[in-house]
Design a protein around this ligand. Structure first.
Ligand SMILES: [Zn+2]
Length: 250
């Protein structure tokens, strides 16, 4: 075997080091693109989405997730919708889902599903409008649409360009577990929800009271964590923030 000259061995080592450095850089770049670029792109895409597309998508998702849901809580929803500070492109429809699951969710475009388990977990009826006020903000601020774009980016863009949400509906309905709002979205929905409760003449303390009821349901619920809480983290901090805000409005 011919020995490798010292200068050639050093050049090889340098080449290897440069390759490694470039691979690390490329890996870091891809990671940054994935963690920071995707939320940015999802936000940008959401701003371009027509409200009519959101309504069609949301209606199909709601029908797919909870076909047995029935219209309910109409008076509270109408009172909140009438109190919005600006005209909205969305018409809110609240539907109750006959399920013991402690959950509520907002589909893009205005359909809100409230599970009966959540209604039973609320300590008083006064807390129910708080669920609606919070979920309505996820619709108005397009958090639901943005969460879908983050989780199903490619399918969402294809569906938007094709003007047909069918394929996306199947993906979203099958993958609800991977849909998460960002922490800032939750805080914004809480804050705007409290303000909306106040504007509509409901008790603004209902939001923190609701969160406390759901927290209590978690503590005493034989290990059952309400879905609404597991998808809405930092509950203690949110109770404190919503209560403090409500006190400033009284
Ligand atoms: Zn939420």
């Amino acid at each position: 075997m011919t020995p490798v000259p010292a200068s050639a061995a050093s050049a090889n080592r340098q080449f290897l080091l440069w390759t490694l450095a470039l691979l690390l850089l490329a890996g870091y770049g891809l990671h940054a693109l994935w963690t920071r670029g995707l939320p940015w792109a999802a936000g940008a895409a959401t701003r371009l989405v027509p409200a009519a597309w959101e309504r069609e998508l949301g209606e199909s998702i709601a029908a797919s997730i909870a076909p047995g849901a029935k219209p309910c809580l109409e008076d509270a929803a109408e009172r909140l919708a009438r109190s919005l500070p600006a005209p909205s492109p969305y018409t809110f429809q609240v539907r109750c889902v006959p399920s013991a699951e402690i959950n509520a969710l907002a589909a893009p475009g205005g359909v809100i599903l409230v599970y009966e388990g959540l209604l039973q977990a609320a300590a008083t009826r006064e807390e129910i409008p708080a669920v609606l006020a919070h979920e309505m903000q996820h619709v108005l601020l397009r958090h639901s649409t943005r969460a879908i774009f983050r989780a199903f980016a490619l399918q969402a863009v294809i569906s938007l360009l094709a003007g047909d949400p069918t394929g996306l509906v199947a993906q979203v309905a099958g993958g609800l577990g991977v849909l998460h709002y960002m922490r800032a979205d939750e805080e914004e929905a809480d804050r705007e929800g409290v303000l909306l409760l106040k504007r509509a003449g409901f008790n603004p303390l209902a939001m923190s009271a609701l969160l406390e009821s759901l927290d209590a349901a978690t503590a005493g619920g034989a290990g059952v964590v309400p879905t609404w809480i597991s998808s809405h983290p930092d509950i203690r901090q949110r109770i404190a923030a919503t209560r403090a805000l409500a006190h400033t409005l009284r």
